[in-house]
Design a protein around this ligand. Structure first.
Ligand code: FDM
Ligand code: MG
Length: 207
């Protein structure tokens, strides 16, 4: 059996990541694939509750401390994610280490320091970056509710995402319609999943 694919959606706030993740999961399920949604921060764990308190301004934390909590929140999910992938389950992931680095570095922390705690996390097979100009994000509902939803910071975050992006990233214009974005994302994800199945048939991916 082919290992599941790790499909990541990254981007600034209000770019439509959560909507697109939900649509992708639903479409893959409808096609008969085993697929699960993961979201970071995962606010339900003990660490996640601390992160939530920080983001909703209920609690103050040093920039370094919150950075490490975001990373720990990924590490605590790692074994379960690896198990799922090994079982052939595809994972659609809403934010990951790139958000971790981009947001903390945008606040002024050293870029290399920011990257270090996430070294060794399982790598995405496919990363979509939903790109939205900050001026557009501001117009969307709910912007400004949480700690990081401020124009100046979001501009820096967007700039850092562009610095961090790998050659293999798939850039998606988040000004496009929900449906148009979904079609692009679904098609690319299906190609990736098919590629994995072909490799498994030729034995290359068997562990
Ligand atoms: N965020 C998210 C970080 O600062 N570091 C991280 O590692 C992650 C995963 O948390 F402003 C920020 C990004 C965003 C906030 O994310 C909450 P959601 O996706 O809006 O819940
Ligand atoms: Mg948000």
């Amino acid at each position: 059996m082919a290992r599941g694919r790790f499909i990541l959606l990254e981007g600034c706030d209000r770019a439509g990541k959560s909507t697109q993740c939900a649509m992708l999961v639903a479409a893959l399920k409808e096609k008969g694939y085993a697929v699960e949604l993961c979201k970071f921060p995962e606010r339900t764990t003990t660490i996640g509750q601390m992160i939530n308190a920080y983001l909703t301004n209920a609690k103050e934390l040093d920039d370094q401390a919150i950075h490490l909590l975001f990373s720990a929140n990924r590490w605590e999910a790692m074994q379960a994610m690896k198990n799922k992938l090994r079982e052939g389950v595809h994972l659609v992931v809403d934010r990951y280490a790139y958000s971790g680095v981009a947001f903390s570095a945008a606040k002024g922390l050293d870029l290399t320091w920011c990257k270090n705690p996430d070294r060794g996390l399982v790598r995405p097979d496919l990363t979509f970056f939903l790109d939205l100009p900050t001026s557009e994000a501001e117009k969307r509902g709910g912007f400004g509710e949480e700690r990081y939803e401020k124009r100046e910071l979001q501009e820096k975050v967007r700039h850092l995402f562009h610095e961090l992006k790998g050659k293999e990233w798939v850039m998606v214009d988040a000004r496009s319609s929900v449906q148009a974005m979904h079609e692009t994302i679904l098609k690319t994800a299906l190609d990736k999943i098919q590629e994995a199945q072909n490799e498994a048939q030729s034995g290359e991916l068997l562990e």
